[in-house]
Design a protein around this ligand. Structure first.
Ligand code: PMT
Length: 219
C-alpha cells in the first residue's frame, strides 16, 4: 500500500459534472465521467486520509470507505462544499461545474412548436472562487480544463481563484481529459514551481497529484 502521506488529513474532493435543468426533462451538462475525481478519492483514502467526495451524477460506484454526498446542480454542489469546507485540510475541485444555467426553469415540459427555442443562460456561482476568498488554513487545489493556451489560462485561474496548486488539463489531447481512462496533467504552484506529469492512468495521475499536494502540507 502507498505511503501514508495523508494520514488523518481531512480531504474534500469534488467530481463529475453538474446538471442545469431547463424543464423537467431537459438539462445542460458536459462530458465529465467523474473518473478523475473518483480516482483522487480512492488514492487519498489509500494514503490514509479521511475523504469526503461531493459528486455530480456519474455511473461510478462508491469508493470504499469514502463519505459520498451526491448533488445534481451547481447550487447543490456549492451548498455541500460550503458545509464541509471549514473542517477540511485539503480541498481538490476536480468537478466540471456548469458555468451557465438557464435563466428560467420551467415547471412543465416545454411543448415543441414550429418556432426556434431561444434559451437565455445566466452565470452559475463559481464554487472554487468562493472557496479561494474564504480560504484560511486549507490547501486549495483546482483543475483547469482547457483546449487552448493551457498554461496561460490555468495560471490565470490559479491567481484569480487564490489556489495553492492547479492541475492544468489539456482536454483536446488524445487520451487526456473527459471520459478517458488516462490523463496528462501539468501542475502549476502558486510559488511558480511547475511539474509536468506524464500520460498515465487516472489512478496514477491521482497519486502523483496527491504526492505533490502532501509536500505542501505543513509549510
Ligand atoms: O471526469 P472525467 O471524465 O474523469 O474528466 C476529468 C476532467 C477533465 C473533468 C478533470 O480532469 C478536469 O479538468 N476538471 C475541471 C473541469 C472544469 O470545469 O474546469 P474549468 O477550467 O472550467 O474550471 C476551473 C476550476 O474551477 C475547476 O476546479 C472547477 O471545479 C472550478 N469551478 C468552475 C466553475 C464553477 N462555476 N465553479 C467551480 O468551482
Amino acid at each position: 500500500s502507498p505511503r501514508q502521506l495523508l494520514k488523518d488529513k481531512k480531504v474534500l474532493i469534488t467530481a463529475g459534472p453538474t446538471r442545469e435543468m431547463v424543464d423537467p426533462v431537459r438539462y445542460f451538462t458536459n462530458f465529465s465521467s467523474g473518473k478523475m475525481g473518483y480516482a483522487l478519492a480512492r488514492a487519498a483514502k489509500r494514503m490514509g486520509a479521511d475523504v469526503t467526495l461531493v459528486s455530480g451524477p456519474t455511473n461510478l460506484s462508491v469508493p470504499e470507505g469514502v463519505d459520498v454526498k451526491y448533488v445534481v446542480s451547481t447550487q447543490e454542489m456549492f451548498d455541500a462544499v460550503m458545509r464541509e469546507y471549514g473542517s477540511q485540510d485539503i480541498v481538490i475541485k476536480c468537478a466540471a461545474v456548469a458555468d451557465y444555467k438557464p435563466a428560467v426553469r420551467y415547471n412543465s415540459k416545454m411543448k415543441k412548436t414550429n418556432e426556434a427555442w431561444q434559451i437565455e443562460m445566466e452565470k452559475t456561482v463559481d464554487i472554487l472562487e468562493s472557496l479561494g476568498r474564504k480560504k484560511e488554513h486549507q490547501i486549495l487545489v483546482g483543475f483547469a480544463a482547457e483546449t487552448d493556451n493551457l498554461e496561460e489560462y490555468a495560471e490565470g485561474k490559479l491567481r484569480r481563484k487564490n489556489l495553492d496548486l492547479v492541475a492544468a488539463n489539456d482536454v483536446s489531447k488524445e487520451g487526456s481529459g473527459f471520459g478517458s481512462e488516462t490523463n496528462e496533467l501539468l501542475l502549476l504552484h502558486a510559488d511558480g514551481k511547475k511539474k509536468v506529469l506524464p500520460l498515465v492512468s487516472k489512478d496514477r495521475a491521482a497519486e502523483l497529484l496527491l504526492e505533490e499536494v502532501s509536500e505542501l502540507m505543513g509549510r
